[in-house]
Design a protein around this ligand. Sequence first.
Ligand SMILES: [Fe+2]
Length: 459
Amino acid sequence: MVKRRNLLVGSLGLPMLPLFAAGCSQGGGESNPYLLGNYAPVDGEFTHTDLQVTGTIPAELEGRFLRNGPNPVGADPSDHHWFVGRGMVHGMRLRDGKAEWYRNRYVGGASPNTNVIGHAGRTMAIVESGGMTQDMSYVLDSVGDNTSIGTGYTAHPKYDPRTGELHAMCYDWANLRDHVRYVVVDANGEWADETEIPLPGMPMIHDMSLTENYAVIFDLPVTLSFVALGTGASFPFRWDNEYEPRVGLLPRGGSAEDIIWRGITQNYAYHPMNAYEDAAGNVVIDIVRYDRMFESDVYGPFGDSQPRLDRWTINPRDEVGANVVKEETIDERPQEFPRCHPDLNGQPYQYGYTVASANNTFPGIYKHDLRTGQATQHDMGAGRHSAEPVFIPKEGSTAEDDGYLMTFVYDAGKDTSELVILDAQDMSRPAIAQVHIPSRVPYGFHGNWVPDTIVGPTT
Ligand SMILES: [Fe+2]
């Protein structure tokens, strides 16, 4: 572990920071698929309080469903990348079986656009590209930079349900070309520890996995392209055929010299569903994998290959044949945005949830039984498209899948969106509740159910 340093953002003199710049020029979006349909930004901030509900909102749900994503008004279609644009958080407040409000608000400060979490009494908008984490009020007004965490966080901290800590793999702005940092934020929301990890280059590291004994590093062949930077591309990461892909196991509490590296076939992965250690001590990672990324499609993730659900098993012991990751396919169907029971993060689990992906849209939700290999699904219906499914356990539940799946759904026929609540135990059942929003929630990235017990309405 190393002492906290003053991180010098932009020490390489990069021409644009944060890397996923929010600045855009004028354009119509006629040809760029990531500006069409429900990828298009909405044209304002709305507050809706008189919300029509179909079905019944479970009375036990008291809190907010929050989701972050870019809202790139004025983007240039000749250069626009889906990951770029001012962050906008969409939120729905539920209480006593009612939907009290829907709000969408631009994120202030560096405008982090990728995820929004509730932790230690704070609502935080986050991104991996180097900008400060932004604190938001209960009603989603931006209230300032979060200086407790510091500059250059991530979009995907991993919550450890046993300790209440957040674990994150972050860029190292002082050594951007060849390092990342493993950062631990404690249960009080304060920076607690940091480990410097040297790498052969600057890969795009979007997420990490956490198990009982390891932090997992995905060192995969999408790297910062100085050619793309030189041409002024809004998003400068590209497929790198020369970069050797590997996965690293950093023993928790250890240092970079302790990392166990294992080779893997060429691929890119943004999002693990979960990871754990099996009875033999192997690290098992369920993850959404692409064969190629940003090789020819430089606007977004879906043009070069389709994402599938894989299982990667890593033997950390020094045995014959243990030098590579064992790869298996769980489900070949295109899918993304995996989630699981939040209290089982880093531990053995049975159920995971993803959104189906088809032609740049998201027509349904898959539920995977990882013990039987069976999958069930919930189709959203004609012209209706889902987003990341967030699992919320029922109060007092004992079965792992006894809970709700919550997501925003876009209805192309009405050009409006809904908050949809599903019964996770019965995917064939119609939605428990649909909260109809008079405006649209564009396809975005990540969010969470933040109960009032985590972040209350006085904040
Ligand atoms: Fe992500």
